[in-house]
Design a binder for this molecule. Structure first.
Ligand code: ARG
Length: 399
């Protein structure tokens, strides 16, 4: 079994994870440290990130480009389930954590490490997601979380880093914390914690304020194959490219801002801001397509499972049995979810402009009031008689 002195650290390049490197070596007894930065599209300069970890004392430093995998295997999976946590949040940050956990485990195996580490604090969701992902994939790995045990203030962390020869590049700090990836952007903490504070424009970056959106609407046609987004305006696109274009397009029209109170796994409520135009457009279009091709009873049963799905993802139980069972249900329904939905983007709103599916359950000759109608109206009277029977009986019996 690999030694637990050998550790893979999930590295972001921030002040905290950088301080984790000397902390793991000097306070937690690690002798070999691999810094693993997962590139999910946070827009960092990757070579600089890699070198930063080495300068902080890591023995190895790797950057894994996980953007395609992230969108394809995590983001688009979640779209099949129309997953919105607390009815609003398309899980853009949450979905990244099982992937980072997966990469930690894969890297630990590749580098013969018996431990993994991360820089999450003890108050957030991310520690839950990372710990659970690792524990469910390989329970023999030891999990180290320096920032959960050190009692450093920001100034302490900087002083500790300096003591170990790292001069943290502390730029003038933003009065909030940002988490960015290809699926969306999250802003929390600092000023956001004041519930009476209305976000000013500099909080947002992917979306325009409605006042500055174009005065003419724009249309985009999203094509799905078995529940997976595959084309925009008829052109096949790789997952990462597809979501990037929708983010740009939606953002330009001021779509995708969320300001919500969120119920964290660890029991506290927190206020969170998100920008996720692409994910929200995909879910809206996908829902519409499902309405067109799936029968009412399947749709009705899918709905509560979508809520369950969002919670499982949010809670970090990606590798648990419930997500697997829910995915089996989702995949079974998605075989029929192929077609094209056109959205009209205008002034912070997307509306449905057109729906097309080869296997649509919408049948014009059944629903039309025209003379070509094939619906048998003669059957209606008997249907209503029996359909209303239990209610009539109840009313008779109970007055
Ligand atoms: N509150 C959001 C969530 O739990 C965002 C977390 C972002 N993580 C971060 N370290 N800033 O999904």
């Amino acid at each position: 079994m690999a030694s637990t002195d050998r550790v893979v650290l999930a590295y972001s390049g921030g002040v905290d994870t950088t301080a984790c490197i000397p902390y793991l070596r000097h306070e937690m007894g690690c002798s070999y440290i691999v810094a693993m930065a997962a590139d999910l599209g946070q827009g960092d300069e990757l070579e600089a990130l890699r070198e930063k970890a080495l300068l902080a004392g890591a023995d190895e430093s790797i950057v894994v480009d996980a953007k395609d995998r992230f969108v394809r295997d995590y983001g688009f999976r979640s779209v099949k389930a129309n997953a919105l946590y607390d009815g609003q949040y398309p899980l853009s940050s949450a979905l990244g954590r099982p992937l980072i956990g997966d990469l930690l485990v894969e890297t630990a195996h590749a580098y013969d490490c018996g431990a993994v580490a991360h820089g999450c604090t003890g108050k957030g969701n991310d520690q839950v997601r990372l710990d659970l992902t690792v524990a469910l994939l390989d329970s023999s790995l030891r999990i180290l979380a320096p920032a959960r045990e050190w009692k450093f203030s920001r100034a302490d962390t900087i002083a500790y880093s300096e003591k170990h020869g790292i001069a943290p590049h502390v730029t003038k700090e933003k009065p909030w914390a940002i988490d960015l990836n290809v699926l969306g952007r999250n802003v929390e903490a600092g000023l956001i914690e004041d519930l009476t504070w209305e976000p000013t424009e500099e909080v947002w970056s992917l979306t325009r304020p409605v006042e500055e959106t174009p005065d003419t609407p724009e249309y985009v046609k999203i094509g799905f194959a078995e529940g997976v987004p595959v084309t925009l305006d008829g052109a096949p696109l790789a997952p990462r490219e597809l979501i990037a274009r929708l983010n740009t397009l939606g953002g330009r029209h001021g779509i995708g801002r969320i300001d919500m109170l969120e119920n964290r796994v660890v029991g506290v409520k927190s206020r969170e801001l998100y920008e996720a135009p692409g994910m929200l457009l995909l879910i809206q279009a996908h829902r519409e397509l499902e309405d067109l091709v799936l029968p009412a009873d399947v749709l009705a049963h899918k709905k509560p499972l979508e809520t369950a799905y969002a919670k499982v993802v949010y809670d970090g139980l990606w590798h648990g049995p419930l997500r697997a069972a829910l995915d089996a249900f989702m995949d079974s329904t998605q075989q029929y979810v192929s077609g094209e939905i056109t959205l009209r983007l205008f002034k912070s709103r997307a509306t449905i402009a057109s729906r097309v599916a080869e296997r649509a359950m919408y049948q014009h000759e059944l629903v039309t009031y025209g003379s070509d109608c094939t619906f048998n109206q003669a059957s209606a009277e008997g249907f209503i008689d029996i359909f209303g029977l239990p209610s009539r009986v109840w009313n008779q019996v109970n007055g």
